[in-house]
Design a protein around this ligand. Sequence first.
Ligand SMILES: Cc1cc2nc3c(=O)[nH]c(=O)nc-3n(C[C@H](O)[C@H](O)[C@H](O)COP(=O)(O)O)c2cc1C
Length: 365
Amino acid sequence: MSESRLFQPWSHKSLRLRNRVVMAPMTRRMAADDGVPTPAIAAYYRRRAEGGVGLIISEGTCIDSVHAWDTLTVPRFETPEQLAGWSRVAGAVQAAGGAFAPQLWHTGPLGADPIGPSAIDMPGRKDRLAARRVRAMLAPYFPQLWAAPPGAAAPARDMGCDAVEIHGAHGYLLDSFLSPRHNLRTDDYGGSPEKRRRFCLEVVQAVRAAVGPEFPIIYRFSQWRVDDFEMIKFAAPDELTAWVQALRRAGVDILHASARDVMAPAFPDVDGTKTLAGWTRELSGLPVIAVGKVSATLTMDQAYGEQPDHVSDPAPALALIDSGQADLLAVGRALIANPDWAQIVGRGDWRALRPFHKNMLKELL
Ligand SMILES: Cc1cc2nc3c(=O)[nH]c(=O)nc-3n(C[C@H](O)[C@H](O)[C@H](O)COP(=O)(O)O)c2cc1C
């Protein structure tokens, strides 16, 4: 058995985990058109909990049926039927010994009816959204957006979820507010780094007010965007400091630092080894989830090409937990390919892992 701290229990506020393995949020587009998570979705998450995962973060689940979604087969988190479906998912995961957090998602400029901080074309977009022009969010729409995240977070707490994750990463609504290329506003929500952060922080404050002081809030942010994989959003540690400390003051408990490669140095000119998770932990003082390319050789954007992936030794990622650069380790594609990833790696048998292949996304197994 591995002696890594990855396999030891962890707790924070009301969150109690049997180990520090997290399932990364991964959109599967397998819900019914009414946005209700099906029994097959519950079985898929239960299977990963049975395989030993400590905390399962759901695929992004959309928080309103007005603008938050991109396709109808993405599950939503709004109507009584959708909430009942998620309650069954949470119950199935918890019955298998895991903890469960839904990832609350607003796709914003990448949605079916794209809205964002400013009216812009989608730079860098090559798919069906390339021709769409994002509509700027007008003042009357702000109250609906402030209401949607807490409107989903409170039911998540009430149905017994162990935490919620706010999806603030990868170029979707919240992330777009941070980007000077996508946020051209000249009102209180744009024009300076502080004003660009404001909308995200107001959302966090609204969620905190809705769930009370003890319920854990995870916030996911990233350097990269789905439409610009090489993007560096935080160019230097002081930019990251301002951001993560503001999130902490707004009421976030755990930061989920989404990186292309969990081991890559975030600011190589300043420090040749410290990762995005390591910097985030040091600068925020908050617990951090590290993620990106664990036990895989291809980064996420390469995984959809023709090049086959290979399994790699997860030992360096485990060392991040053991050295204190990160508290929890999220695993994405490797957990689609290997529901038992935690047990296999826990017994030191990583060579028995199966490599991820994009065809695995066609089925929900
Ligand atoms: C099929 C797929 C769907 C994803 N969907 C989401 C999502 O809904 N929300 C999110 O924050 N990240 C999403 N991601 C990113 C993953 O959470 C993770 O950060 C990324 O896959 C890197 O981890 P890995 O190398 O272990 O796969 C997705 C990734 C994949 C492969």
